[in-house]
Design a protein around this ligand. Structure first.
Ligand code: F6P
Length: 479
C-alpha cells in the first residue's frame, strides 16, 4: 500500500483545467481553461483540500505540482510517444470512434494499448500518493478507464468513482475490442460508475455479466470478493447561471448586434458550433442547409448559416481528412450559391472565448446541433441558457444525449438529409408563439439541472455506496 497524501477529494482527468501560456515576463505560466467541469468541482474541491491530476498538454515531463487560484494541480507529463500512442492513438483512434457507434473505423494496435496501460498506471500511482486516508477519488472519462482498478489495488481504503462523459456502446460494438475484458475490469475498480444516459449504464451491466461473468441485478454488480459496484446515469449539464449572466451583459448584447450587422442583417441566422469532429455531423448538416438554398427555400440575401468549427486533435488522420472535406464543401457551396458579400455559409475554423460564444448564441435564430452520436452535447444546453427572452429554435439530433431532456427541440435523425431539411424549414418558419412555448420548456429543464447539481448528485451517490467506509466529502461552501 502506498503512503497517503493530504487531499480528501482527488479528481483524475486526462487534462488539467489549465493551459500553458507565456507570462508577461516571457516565462512559462498557466491560464485557467474555461469549462463546466472545473467550475462545478471548484467549490467542492476547495471545501475538501482537493487536488486535480491531469495532463497539461504538450510533452513537458518535469512539472511539479502547483497551486493556481487556490486549486492544487498535479501535472502528469506525457512523452511525445505517449501523446501519439495513448492520447491520439488508443484514446482517440480506438476508443473514441468505437464508443461513438463506429462512425469512423476504430484502429486496434497493440502498442497503443500498451501505452494506454502505462499512462493509466502512472495516473493511478500519482493519485495514490496524493489522496489522504479514506479519501474520495473521482476519475473522469474514457482516457482513464483502467485507473479505478489500478488505484484500488494500491489503495483499498479509497472511495472511487468513475464518470464517462461520452457514450458507452452496446455490446455488439464494444466486443470488437481485443481488450474488452481488461477495460470492464478496470472500471469495476470503482464503487460507482456514472454514465450520461440510463441506456449506457445498462450496456455496461450487460457486458459485465456476459464478458466478466459477475452476478448483476438491475444497476448493481456483485463481485466475488463481496464488493458491489453501482452503474447509474447522471446526465451532465452546464453552469447555467454563469451563461445567463454572460448573455445578459451589455457587452454581449452589443456584440450580438454587431455580429448580425457584420452578417448583413439577414432576417434569419442559423448557427452550428462544434469541435471539428466526425461525430458532429457537420458535413451532412451543411449539405442539408445548402440544398434548401439551392432549391429556393432560403435566400442568401435573407439567411446565413454561421458554422464555427473548433480545431481539435489535428494530428489524428481522420480529423485531417474531415477538415479537408469540410473546407472543400464550404468552398463549393459558397462558390455555387453565394453572392458578393453574401455567402451561404460563414465558416470559422477557430475557437472563441465564452463571451463570443454567448454573443453568437444571442445572435442566432436557429441553433443546429446534429451529431451522429454525442454523449450529451453542452452547446445545445448553452444555447438554451443564453435565450433569455425565450426566443430562438433548437434543431437537435436524436442521437445526442441532450435529446432525452430537450424534448421540445426539433428532433432530427442526422442521417436523414430530407428529414433535416424539413426540420430546418419548420424551425425557420415557426410562429413566435410556438418558439416561445418550446424554448420556455427547455429553459425550465436546463435551469433545474445545472452542473453543480450534477456533481453533487454523483458525489452523494458515491458516498452512499459504502457508507461505513472512508471519509464523507464535505459539501461545497456556498458563497
Ligand atoms: O468529452 C470528451 C472529451 O474528450 C473530453 O474529455 C475533452 O475535454 C474534450 O472532449 C476535448 O477533447 P480533447 O481533450 O481531446 O481536446
Amino acid at each position: 500500500m502506498t503512503t497517503s497524501g493530504s487531499a480528501d477529494l482527488v479528481i483524475v482527468a486526462n487534462r488539467l483545467p489549465v493551459d500553458r501560456v507565456t507570462d508577461a515576463d516571457g516565462g512559462p505560466g498557466w491560464r485557467r481553461s474555461p469549462g463546466g467541469l472545473v467550475s462545478a468541482l471548484e467549490p467542492v474541491m476547495r471545501a475538501n483540500d482537493g487536488a486535480w491530476l491531469g495532463w497539461p498538454g504538450g510533452t513537458e515531463t518535469d512539472l511539479e505540482p502547483f497551486v493556481e487560484d487556490g486549486l492544487q494541480l498535479v501535472p502528469i507529463g506525457l512523452t511525445a510517444e505517449e501523446v501519439e500512442e495513448h492520447y491520439e492513438g488508443f484514446s482517440n483512434g480506438t476508443l473514441w470512434p468505437l464508443y461513438h457507434d463506429v462512425v469512423a473505423k476504430p484502429e486496434f494496435h497493440r502498442e497503443w494499448w500498451d501505452s494506454y496501460v502505462a499512462v493509466n498506471r502512472r495516473f493511478a500511482e500519482r493519485a495514490a500518493e496524493v489522496a489522504s486516508e479514506g479519501a474520495t477519488v473521482w476519475v473522469q472519462d474514457y482516457q482513464m478507464q483502467l485507473v479505478p482498478q489500478m488505484l484500488r489495488e494500491l489503495r483499498p481504503d479509497l472511495r472511487i468513482g468513475f464518470y464517462l462523459h461520452i457514450p458507452f456502446p452496446p455490446a455488439e460494438l464494444f466486443q470488437q475490442l481485443p481488450w474488452r475484458r481488461q477495460l470492464l475490469e478496470g472500471l469495476l475498480g470503482a464503487d460507482l460508475v456514472g454514465f450520461q444516459l440510463p441506456g449506457a449504464a445498462q450496456n455496461f451491466v450487460r457486458l459485465v455479466r456476459q464478458r466478466v461473468g459477475h452476478k448483476t441485478h438491475r444497476d448493481m454488480v456483485y463481485l466475488p470478493d463481496g464488493r458491489t459496484v453501482k452503474a447509474a446515469a447522471f446526465p451532465i449539464s452546464i453552469d447555467v447561471d454563469s451563461f445567463a449572466e454572460l448573455a445578459s451583459s451589455p457587452a454581449v448584447e452589443a456584440r450580438a448586434a454587431e455580429i448580425r450587422e457584420a452578417l448583413g442583417n439577414p432576417s434569419k441566422v442559423f448557427l452550428g458550433i462544434d469541435r471539428l469532429d466526425y461525430t458532429k455531423g457537420i458535413y451532412a448538416r451543411l449539405r442539408a442547409y445548402s440544398e434548401l438554398v439551392r432549391d429556393g427555400h432560403l435566400d442568401v440575401d435573407d439567411a446565413v448559416f454561421v458554422q464555427v468549427a473548433t480545431p481539435s486533435r489535428e494530428r489524428v488522420e481522420q480529423y485531417r481528412i474531415l477538415r479537408d472535406d469540410i473546407d472543400r464543401l464550404v468552398g463549393r457551396i459558397n462558390g455555387d450559391l453565394g453572392r458578393i458579400g453574401r455567402p451561404a455559409i460563414s465558416y470559422l475554423h477557430s475557437s472563441y472565448p465564452r463571451e463570443e460564444m454567448a454573443a453568437l448564441y444571442r445572435a442566432a435564430d436557429v441553433m443546429v446541433v446534429t451529431p451522429f452520436r454525442d454523449g450529451m452535447n453542452l452547446v445545445a444546453k448553452e444555447y438554451v441558457a443564453c435565450r433569455l427572452d425565450e426566443s430562438g429554435a433548437l434543431v437537435l439530433s436524436e442521437f445526442a444525449g441532450a435529446a432525452e431532456e430537450l424534448k421540445q427541440a426539433w428532433l432530427v435523425n442526422p442521417y436523414d438529409i430530407n428529414g433535416m431539411k424539413q426540420a430546418l424549414l419548420e424551425a425557420h418558419r415557426a410562429p413566435e408563439k410556438e418558439l416561445t412555448r418550446r424554448m420556455r420548456a427547455m429553459r425550465k429543464c436546463v435551469a433545474e439541472h445545472d452542473v453543480t447539481q450534477w456533481a453533487s448528485d454523483f458525489l452523494e451517490e458515491l458516498a452512499a455506496t459504502r457508507p461505513e467506509h472512508g471519509k464523507v466529502v464535505r459539501p461545497a461552501r456556498r458563497s
